[in-house]
Write a protein that binds this ligand. Structure first.
Ligand code: NI
Length: 177
């Protein structure tokens, strides 16, 4: 079911989400189905459970090749539950981000360039990946939602924060996270 995505200003987006303790439940399957339906409907790159008002440590993300965004890096379709993220060096990368909870805006966000992340899939099986580039950015963005952090809180240069159509006139709308 397509759910309403909460927008910045809703206090539920600022809460710390709780770990999932039981896997293979109807509740978790329905949550994942709703996250997928909602993300696909909005053409998003990722979505976190708190964005649809569910305070659990569950995120999904994934980007397939898209002729509208020839430069977008592919990211495998991923369900990540109870994640942990560890930066792998002091190197910081900066790039534009958007968010389905902050519609119409983009900001220039510094984040660790390479990270290792671990967590569980929807069956509760643990997995781990070492990533960089857009994959590293999107997983950090989504997991921030589990701690009540929205990307504008990480913007440092507010001359690079604004409305998409004003920042990038004439360009196709970018993917949002
Ligand atoms: Ni977001």
């Amino acid at each position: 079911m397509i759910r309403t995505v909460l927008r910045m200003g809703d206090p539920r987006l600022l809460q710390r989400a709780q770990p999932v303790t039981r896997f293979d439940t109807q509740e978790l399957r329905e949550l994942l189905r709703d996250l997928r339906d909602t993300m696909a409907h909005l053409n998003g790159a990722g979505l976190a459970a708190p964005q649809i008002g569910v305070g659990l440590r569950v995120v999904i993300f994934g980007v397939r090749s898209n002729p509208r965004y020839p430069q977008a890096e592919e990211v495998p379709d991923t369900v990540l539950i109870n994640p942990l993220i560890e930066p792998l060096s002091g190197e910081i990368a900066e790039d534009w981000e958007g968010c389905l909870s902050v519609p119409g805006l983009r900001g220039w966000v510094p984040r660790p360039a390479r990270v290792r992340y671990a967590g569980c899939d929807e069956q509760g099986l643990r997995f781990e990946r070492t990533v960089q580039g857009f994959h590293a950015r999107v997983v950090q963005h989504e997991c921030d939602h589990l701690d009540g952090i929205l990307y504008p809180m990480r913007v440092r240069d507010f001359s690079r924060f604004g409305f998409i159509d004003a920042l990038f006139p004439g360009e196709p709308l970018p993917l949002e996270e």
